[in-house]
Design a protein around this ligand. Structure first.
Ligand code: ARG
Length: 588
């Protein structure tokens, strides 16, 4: 992988500092925030003065002298108190850009194939429709899995279905009431259950809310649901068979919804898959004297040296014997670390579950898991309505994900009809455009915010073709594609990059930042850095295109170079969008 200009300069300057017996890292070079004074700067001489190296201006002059002439640097200025400003040779910029553009990954990919990253996101629950609360985990988690994969990590994503809690008992009891004669409820039958599911997802979506409402008001019903959950967990064959049907019909619908969003998982495991790991986990906790009995329940207390509780305990088993959400998460982590040999496990889950993950991770730390693996709750904020409260439908209900996508499509169709788009599209193409614009709208609006922040859902604003939106970026890509197409029709094609002119400088530097943007995105697990970069890149292209009249350029070699720059920009936008999970369009 070629080094970026920044990396190459930083090495050069690092060595210069080193030969003055100063730390290598003082040579760090960054883009200048005053392009009139230089393209890049190095401020290490001031830091050296703090380390006792004397007058920073003198140090800076010595460093500049040591660097002397080279292929990258056109000019070095040393200014008081000790700044080093650098101008880069215009040929060096275009050479770097050519090198990067020839690389499939634009200089991003490294070999991390030995490093397994497991990403737990999605987390949908069996028998419940996905709602707006599942939007962020899907969008952020999917973008992270794409970016980590692209960087070269071995990535395994897992949907971690909610399929082992009390809602399963509620469904079992609810169905028993409706169809008591089903073979699954006959305790004397233990095998050969029908292959066909006795219920559809629609049935489950009726049964679940009814039972859940009933359990809230009727302690007897709640008790029955708990008992059924426990029997299921303990392995009653009829319940296990029924449970399998519930999971299967739910997964079919979930796959449809995720498919619509363009989100996929490597594994479709669930909380239930942790079941075999629970007994060894509980044994180990007991052996290490980390778990205790407390009022009939089995818990892991968290105490400081004085024996004071520092946070609420993790409940492993309730007094009735059923395992909890924390138990399945700890057992799943146990599996991921011990069997899957993951080095990093990321949980892209709502920030309102911070306490839960603190407990699970604290228990894992007490057990000594952490030595090999890093695990982390990469949490996110809430999607709010304009009233500042979690986003609801107009009637105050929970907004289903499927309906939300339909709304975004409707808005996209409206906006497309109102703008002067190409009118030659067939109905089918129009529908495809509306779908892609809708997905770009939802995804970009979500990802452009730093993940831990809440945001206000404003579909109207998100769908605009102006501003920092998904549709704006799709439009910019289609625009550059159209410029390249028209040039082609006029017999002009992209060629070699010539030396970078002033009009092209800002755009070229922006393009060269891509690898460091991806690294920052990975480091912070935060795709908004990539969103910001793509938006700035699109803006930069617009101002370049305004200043530089490509089609009027008479020097054919220069024109070919400008078209090449346009092409590289388009490719990076398409690539960057794909890492956000957004498909670009050829034309709009
Ligand atoms: N099913 C959970 C919910 O709907 C989310 C699961 C998140 N992942 C996890 N490993 N706990 O709240």
């Amino acid at each position: 992988m070629p080094l970026s200009i920044e990396q190459e300069l930083s090495q050069l300057f690092g060595k210069a500092f080193e030969s003055l017996e100063l730390p290598f890292k003082l040579g760090a070079v960054s883009r200048s925030n005053r392009p009139d004074l230089g393209d890049f700067q190095c401020n290490g001489a001031m830091a050296a003065a703090k380390l006792g190296a004397g007058n920073p201006f003198v140090t800076a002059e010595k460093v500049a002298e040591l660097i002397g002439k080279n292929d990258l640097i056109e000019k070095i200025d040393v200014v008081r108190p000790g700044f080093i400003n650098l101008f880069i040779k215009p040929t060096a910029i275009s050479q770097k850009l050519s090198q990067f553009a020839q690389d499939d990954s634009f200089g991003v990919k490294e070999d991390f194939s030995e490093h397994k990253v497991m990403i737990d996101f999605g987390g949908p629950n069996v028998a419940k429709s996905m709602h707006v609360g599942h939007l962020r985990t899907a969008i952020i988690g999917d973008s992270l899995q794409r970016i980590f994969k692209f960087k070269g990590y071995k990535v395994v994503s897992d949907a971690h279905l909610g399929d082992w809690g009390t809602q399963m008992g509620m469904l079992i009891e609810g169905l028993k009431k409706r169809q008591p004669d089903l073979v699954y409820f006959d305790a004397s039958v233990t095998e050969d259950y029908p292959i066909e599911s006795p219920v559809s997802i629609q049935d489950l979506e009726v049964i679940y809310p009814e039972e859940s409402g009933l359990c809230k008001s009727d302690p007897k019903a709640a008790e029955k649901a708990r008992a059924a959950t426990l029997e299921l967990q303990n392995g009653r064959p009829g319940y296990r068979a029924l449970w399998k049907h519930f999971v299967d019909v739910s997964v079919a619908t979930l796959k449809r919804d995720y498919g619509e969003l363009g989100v996929s998982f490597d594994l479709w495991k669930g909380e239930s898959d942790a079941d075999p790991f629970i007994p060894p986990l509980l044994d180990e906790l007991a052996d290490k004297a980390l778990s205790i009995q407390d009022q009939g329940a089995l818990i892991v207390p968290f105490r400081d040296e004085e024996g004071e509780n520092i946070m609420p305990p993790l409940i492993l088993r309730k007094s009735d014997g059923a395992v909890m959400y924390g138990t399945t998460d700890l057992a799943t982590l146990y599996e991921r670390v011990r069997d899957d040999k993951a080095q990093t496990v990321l949980y892209v889950v709502d920030g309102r579950q911070q306490q839960h993950f603190k407990q699970v991770f604290a228990a894992a730390n007490l057990m000594g898991f952490d030595k090999t693996t890093q695990y982390e709750h990469s949490y996110f904020g809430t999607v709010n309505g304009k009233d500042g409260k979690p986003f609801k439908t107009r009637s105050g209900g929970v907004m289903k994900l499927h309906d939300l996508i339909q709304m975004a499509k409707e808005e996209a169709r409206k906006k497309i009809a109102a703008s002067n788009f190409d009118t030659s599209f067939s109905d089918e193409e129009k529908e495809d455009i509306a779908r892609k614009v809708a997905i770009a709208t939802l995804k970009f609006a979500d990802l452009r915010n730093f993940r831990i922040k809440d945001y206000i859902f404003d579909l109207e604003k998100f769908s605009e073709f102006e501003g920092k939106t998904g549709p704006y970026l799709l439009m910019q890509v289609a625009r550059i594609k159209s410029i390249l197409r028209k040039a082609n029709e006029a017999g002009a094609a992209a060629g070699n990059l010539l030396e970078t002119s002033d009009n092209e400088k800002a755009l070229s530097y922006r393009l060269l930042e891509f690898p460091s943007v991806i690294d920052r995105t990975i480091e912070k697990r935060a795709p908004h850095f990539l969103c910001e970069h793509l938006y700035n890149l699109a803006q930069e292209y617009s101002s370049f295109y305004q200043k530089q009249h490509i089609m009027k350029e008479e020097d054919k070699a220069k024109q070919a170079s400008l078209l090449r720059l346009s092409q590289i920009c388009m490719q990076q936008l398409v690539l960057g969008l794909s890492l956000l999970g957004i498909d670009s369009l050829e034309r709009m």
